[in-house]
Design a protein around this ligand. Structure first.
Ligand code: PLP
Length: 390
């Protein structure tokens, strides 16, 4: 079976030709160290500055100096949470986040708990939304930071970011959002949405792996989490990954400029998939918000079967999907996101995440649904649980 259909774009994406074109000269022609004073160094720094400016424009930040390059979304989340918590420890030691955040946020918060901070992990409803009254009730005098992701990576639910940011500011609290899955999916305007800190990553938007950025509104203090040669205005030491940064800048530019057209294409293909699925497969549920969600991500629980077994059968047919977020997909633990959404364990364990790219055709979808229907029927035939009875 030679056919390969990649439906795991929330995990990572291919690097687009435009992004590659931007990066390639940085490897062997314009390869200076951005910290060097000579012409090679100045050229490298101008590439970094151009990328910073593209990101500023893409998210409508006020100044390009509000953008700090990191090694990806994980480091951006860590830098935001640990950085702000450490800088404002004297003001308070309470942080609010949600139970469905990526582990880059959750584990940074766990680290803070070890350091004596207190963290409230807000629950979500069954569609994956944080409740605003819950958020209001959890605010304390010593709350310094609220961190809520823009788009969930497993189910695609889009949070009410603007309202959450407004609540945070009404109480003098900083607001951070992990927008790793949001860039290119929803419009991000940090000024209009009153976002103080925002994390993004290149490899989810057709950029390279291992590079990301943190936006920090000017005037907000944060402490570095790495120490070294004082790059990135002392906030993130380490020689700048010039090719990666050039790729990130281009990827953000393309993702933010093209998001309306990308979304339209993704919606058409996602809706076609759901329509075909309804024709060919029975007994399943779609997880996440019914409409306030990313067009790229569809999370489905197939009753009476194990998601891992289904993933493996699909893989044999050349179809790549995922059972949970990328970094936890090798563990058999039920997804913390589906658990927080109150999905019974057996239903959560039958869940698969399909995440689409604009390169998927209707013919690809026909093939996927065909193979999916066969795989589901095969697994149900040997399953002790009767899917129809769930
Ligand atoms: C919502 C979210 N945040 C953070 C990350 C981590 O980003 P990176 O892989 O660039 O470290 C991911 C990646 O899966 C993600 O989906």
């Amino acid at each position: 079976m030679d056919r390969k259909i990649y439906l795991d774009n929330a995990s990572t994406t291919y690097v687009s030709q435009e992004v590659l074109n931007e990066m390639m000269p940085c490897f062997n022609v314009l390869y200076g160290n951005a910290g060097s004073i000579h012409s090679f160094g100045r050229t490298a720094m101008s590439i970094v500055d151009k990328a910073r400016d593209r990101i500023r424009e893409g998210i409508n930040a006020q100044k390009s100096t509000e953008i700090y390059f990191t090694s990806g979304g994980t480091e951006a989340d860590n830098l935001a949470i640990l950085g702000v918590a450490h800088a404002y420890a004297e003001k308070g030691k309470h942080i609010i986040t949600s139970q469905i955040e990526h582990h880059a946020v959750l584990n940074a918060c766990k680290q803070l708990e070890k350091e004596g901070y207190e963290v409230t992990y807000l629950p979500v409803d069954k569609s994956g939304l944080v409740s605003l009254p819950d958020l209001l009730h959890s605010i304390r005098k010593d709350t310094i930071l609220i961190s809520i992701m823009s788009v969930n990576n497993e189910v695609g639910t889009i949070q009410n970011i603007k309202s959450i940011a407004k609540i945070a500011h009404d109480y003098g609290i900083f607001f951070h959002t992990d927008a790793v899955q949001a860039i290119g999916q929803v419009k991000i305007d940090v000024q209009d949405m009153e976002i103080d800190l925002l994390s993004l990553s290149a490899h989810k938007i057709h950029g390279p792996k291992g590079v990301g950025a943190l936006y920090v509104k000017s005037g907000i203090k944060f402490e570095p989490i790495t120490y070294g040669g004082n790059q990135e205005r002392n906030m993130r030491s380490g020689t700048e990954n010039v090719p990666g940064i050039a790729g990130l800048g281009k990827a953000v530019e393309l993702a933010t400029k093209n998001y309306i057209i990308t979304n339209r294409k993704l919606k058409i293909i996602r809706d076609y998939f759901l329509e075909k699925l309804a024709e060919k497969v029975e007994y399943y549920q779609i997880n996440g918000h019914p409409y306030q969600k990313s067009n790229a991500i569809v999370n489905i629980s197939f009753y009476g079967i194990e998601g891992e077994a289904l993933l493996m059968l699909l893989d044999l047919s050349g179809i790549c999907v995922s059972t949970g977020s990328a970094c936890t997909s090798k563990s058999l633990l039920p997804s913390h996101v589906l658990e927080a959404m109150h999905l019974p364990k057996d239903i959560a364990q039958g869940s698969i995440r399909f995440s689409f790219g604009t390169n998927i055709s209707k013919a690809d979808v026909d093939y996927v649904v065909e193979e999916l229907a066969k795989a589901v029927a095969k697994l149900r035939a040997i399953s002790p649980i009767q899917a129809g009875r769930i």
